[in-house]
Design a protein around this ligand. Sequence first.
Ligand code: FAD
Length: 337
Amino acid sequence: MFKINVNLQSHNTFGLSCNAKKYASFGSVNELKNLLQENETVKDELLLLGGGSNILLTKDFDGLVLKNQLMGIEVVAEDDNYKYVKANAGELWHDFVLYAIKNNLGGIENLSLIPGSVGAAPMQNIGAYGAEIKDVFLELEALHIATGKTQTFNHSACEFGYRESVFKRELKGQYVILSMTLKLTKKHAINTSYGAINKALESMNITSPTIKNVSDAVISIRQSKLPDPKKIGNSGSFFKNPVISTEKFKTLQKEFPTIANYPIDANQVKLAAGWLIDNAGWKGKRIGNYGVHENQALVLVNYGGATGSDIFNLSQDILDSIKDIYGIDLEREVNII
Ligand SMILES: Cc1cc2nc3c(=O)[nH]c(=O)nc-3n(C[C@H](O)[C@H](O)[C@H](O)COP(=O)(O)OP(=O)(O)OC[C@H]3O[C@@H](n4cnc5c(N)ncnc54)[C@H](O)[C@@H]3O)c2cc1C
């Protein structure tokens, strides 16, 4: 059953007060199919919603919001080295991480405390602290909205990239992700390639870390660095880190000798969007009740009462300024609705 004219403020981590013309949640695939069938006659635009931690609602949504509440986690197969664990899309991502750690299954500890649902995690190949979902991904099940058929997508079919997958590009809006199966380790390869993790472990006096230690380190780093959406509305990193040619990088480096950079190969360099925005003078800039976070230049914030278009316009001003100063086209990571 639909609810009519539902306020979405508590359903998006920016805390934006927009209304959905219609709203319904589903706890089973059959419920989802029934809702989609009912919608067939009116053909309202659809918005799949998980935790609302990667969307910017720029206006009221003149369609049907479908809130995913497909719950459940189970081991579906096992061999000497791995357990294959399937999680339904409505589970909270961090609850899945905690499940893995409790069961001594490795591979997602570096992705601790990322907000949102399991179903949205492959959408943008979530990543943090030297790990991405694609590193442990086996397959996902998704329902094709137009035909109602369930399909399995293996690793290559998802076409994962940096904060990207086929579901954010060519297949955008065509599928509901129902579940995801990950290949989690029994014999762990601890990944402390990201410097801050090592520092946090050192401060905890840990020399041979377990996956639980790594998860705890990541949680403490995230809690100290990132604004809590419950206190200040935000959607994490608003922009992606741009990748440019080594040639262009060398020219930029002459003008900006301290530019933060991560060479990818001989031809490409990844830049830190946060550095570019900070160096352009945006960090901490506040315009009334919204702005750029004071410690994290990548994070746009709603101090309370801002609108989605305020934040969208701010993001456009930042994109324009980065283009003017460095000649680089930044891209938004957040889904604009
Ligand atoms: C404080 C903070 C920190 C963050 N840190 C990180 C980080 O370190 N790394 C990172 O990668 N991200 C990070 N994010 C972004 C966000 O947490 C992730 O992108 C997360 O996967 C979004 O999940 P969600 O359920 O909230 O998605 P939503 O915001 O609800 O949806 C995001 C998009 O996916 C679509 N969608 C959602 N569920 C489904 C489904 N089942 N089927 C089909 N489409 C679907 C939606 O329609 C929308 O387009 C952060 C966000 C915040 C607020």
